[in-house]
Design a protein around this ligand. Sequence first.
Ligand code: SER
Length: 313
Amino acid sequence: MQTAEKILVIGSSGQIGTELVQNLRDIYGIDAVIASDVKVTEQAKEGPFEVIDVMDAQGLLTIVKRHKITQVYLLAALLSATAEKMPKFAWDLNMQGLFNVLDLAKEKIIRQVYWPSSIAVFGPNTPKVNTPQFTVMEPSTVYGISKQAGERWCEYYFKKFGVDVRSLRYPGLIGWKSAPGGGTTDYAVHIFHEALKSGSYECFLSGNTVLPMMYMPDAIKATIGIMQADAEKVKIRSSYNLSGFSFSPEDIAGEIRKYIPGFKISYAPDSRQQIADSWPQSIDSQEAQKDWGWQPEFDLAGMTADMIKNLKK
Ligand code: SER
């Protein structure tokens, strides 16, 4: 059954896409996974690659038909910090892209859709600790508003049209294979590069800002896990809370010092502080655990050890 899938990853050269494409190709084979981004990237050398602007429904349809695509992972989006700088474009891209893909499934041209949501769906009135699946949301960022609206539309397409769409609310994602692009949690990746390069880092969030985070291998495991789960197990069709571990810049600096004893961190909070302050500190993911068996492997110590080992290479 697995080999019959033909998978399109849209936004494949980004932080998640880079690793997701590699993992999907390990499972389904190189030619079963079409990478695509809005421009040609280095990824085009590794296997099938198409240039797709997800806003162009007709262009998307042509490529989906050409490759007889069965599943789409839609990763193209503007993240929280960038979206605040271009609110209208962020809304248009994040929403129109989603509609264009959901409509392919509604028309039965594709069978399954993956679309990422985020902890950004939560807002200042949300309980901050162990944030439940179902709670007050009221996001206060453009990115969060687009993700919450998107969640509502995913559930609507599932209920109304039977679209098999699956989604996770990612926390901040940390990996060594690719750079993050325009998020509020990006510091947790930059800090490793700067620690190894110069032994110091100026953080754009304050030292005690606790946010939920996850190491990329866990995020990829969750993503492929929910897509491969039996349909009846995926009970929530808006988006699942997903938990890894939580830490502050001070915490991670302390962990890094176990490997780089002289590492120095300083703080110069910018506009991203306000975004971070509106988000939860930790996430309750018991629905994901119960419904399709979510279990993270990495904690702060395990992630830090693995990041430093790989970035040193
Ligand atoms: N990592 C994302 C961001 O900071 C959250 O989804 O925007």
